[in-house]
Design a protein around this ligand. Structure first.
Ligand code: PBG
Length: 325
C-alpha cells in the first residue's frame, strides 16, 4: 500500500503536527449579563455556571475571564425599567453604559463589545419599536443608531447589532461616523436565525417576546442563500466582521459565508448549545470537557475566525492544557 493515512495518526506528536485547525484563546469572546441593582450574582437556571451580575460584582466575572486568558467580553444589559421603545438602551446612564464605564476603568486590558438590540429593553420584548403588532423597521433604525453611539460614548470598543432590521448596519455606521467614532468596528449578526436555541438566553435576559415570535425579522432556519444575501448587504453597509448564529447546527451557513466573502467571520455558540452540553453532562450521558473541546474545534474548522461562547473560559484553559489546539 502506497497510501496509509493512519501513518499520520500514529502518535499525538504527529497528529498535532499535521493538524489543520489551530485554536487560540485570542479569538474567544465571553458573553455576560449585567443587571441593575446591588450585590447580585444570580445563577441563570437553564445555564448553570452563568450568572447575572450587578455592576458592583461584575468584577468577579471579569477577573475570571482575565485569569483564563480570554481577552474580550460581550455585554448584555438587563435594565431596571422597560418601555414601549426600549429607551434604557440609549440612555447614557443605562445599564450597559454604566457597566462599561465601571469595567473599562477597572479592567482596561479587556476588549469590550456590546450587543446592540432593544429586546431586553422593550416592555413587549420585541427587537424594535412597534407599529400595531408589527416591528417598524425604519423607525427602529434610528433607535439602534442612538444606542450604538451611546455605547461607543460610554467606552464600547466594538458594537454588535443583533436585531436583524434591514439597513441597520448602514444606519449605525453613519451615526458612529457622524459622532466621531470612525474607528469603532461593527460586528454584524448577519445571519441570525429565529431559533429555539435562544431559549435559555431569553430567560436570562427576560427578553422573550410578549406576543408572537421573531420570525418576521430573524431568519428562517430552512435557508442558506438568504444568509449569503444578508451577509452581502451587511458588508456593503460597512460591517467589519460578520456573524452566524446559532453555532453548532449552522456550520454549513458559516462555511458558505466564509468561503464566499473571506471576511473576518464570527460564530455565536448560543445559550441553548451551552444548556444542552451542561444538561447532558449533568445526567452523565456525555463527557462535558470532551464535548466542549470537540464542538469548539469543529466550529473553527468550519470557518470561524472568532468564537463567541459561554464556554470561553473553559476553552482557554483547555487550550493551555493541550486538550484542544
Ligand atoms: C438579542 C440577542 C439574543 C441573543 C443574542 N442577542 C436573543 C434573541 O434574539 O432572542 C441570543 C444569545 C443566546 O441565546 O445565547 N436580540
Amino acid at each position: 500500500m502506497l497510501y496509509r493515512p493512519r501513518r499520520l495518526r500514529s502518535s499525538e506528536a504527529v497528529r498535532s503536527m499535521v493538524r489543520e485547525t489551530r485554536v487560540s484563546a485570542d479569538s474567544l469572546i465571553y458573553p455576560m449579563f449585567v443587571i441593575e441593582g446591588e450585590n447580585i450574582k444570580e445563577e441563570i437556571e437553564a445555564m448553570p455556571g452563568q450568572y447575572r451580575y450587578s455592576i458592583d460584582r461584575m468584577g468577579e466575572c471579569l477577573e475570571e475571564v482575565i485569569a483564563a486568558g480570554v481577552k474580550s467580553v460581550m455585554l448584555f444589559g438587563i435594565p431596571a425599567y422597560k418601555d414601549e421603545i426600549g429607551s434604557d438602551a440609549w440612555d447614557d446612564n443605562g445599564i450597559i453604559q454604566k457597566a462599561l464605564r465601571a469595567a473599562k476603568e477597572k479592567y482596561p486590558e479587556l476588549y469590550y463589545i456590546t450587543d446592540v438590540c432593544l429586546c431586553e429593553y422593550t416592555s413587549h420584548g420585541h427587537c424594535g419599536a412597534l407599529c400595531g403588532d408589527h416591528v417598524d423597521n425604519d423607525k427602529t433604525l434610528e433607535l439602534l443608531a442612538r444606542t450604538a453611539v451611546s455605547h461607543a460614548r460610554a467606552g464600547a470598543d466594538m458594537v454588535a447589532p443583533s436585531d436583524m432590521m434591514d439597513g441597520r448596519v448602514g444606519a449605525i455606521r453613519n451615526a458612529l461616523d457622524e459622532n466621531g467614532f470612525i474607528n469603532t468596528p461593527i460586528m454584524a449578526y448577519s445571519a441570525k436565525y429565529a431559533s429555539a436555541f435562544y431559549g435559555p438566553f431569553r430567560e436570562a435576559a427576560g427578553s422573550a417576546p410578549a406576543f408572537g415570535d421573531r420570525k418576521s425579522y430573524q431568519m428562517d432556519f430552512h435557508n442558506t442563500d438568504e444568509a449569503v444575501r444578508e451577509a452581502e448587504l451587511d458588508i456593503a453597509e460597512g460591517a467589519d466582521i460578520i456573524m452566524v448564529k446559532p453555532g453548532m447546527a449552522y456550520l454549513d451557513v458559516l462555511y458558505r459565508i466564509k468561503e464566499k466573502f473571506k471576511m473576518p467571520t464570527a460564530l455565536y455558540s448560543v445559550s441553548g448549545e451551552y444548556a444542552m452540553i451542561k444538561a447532558g453532562a449533568k445526567l452523565g450521558y456525555i463527557d462535558e470537557e470532551k464535548m466542549i473541546c470537540e464542538t469548539a474545534a469543529c466550529m473553527y474548522r468550519a470557518g470561524a475566525d472568532i468564537l463567541i461562547t459561554y464556554f470561553a473560559k473553559e476553552i482557554a484553559q483547555y487550550i493551555k492544557k493541550g486538550l484542544i489546539g
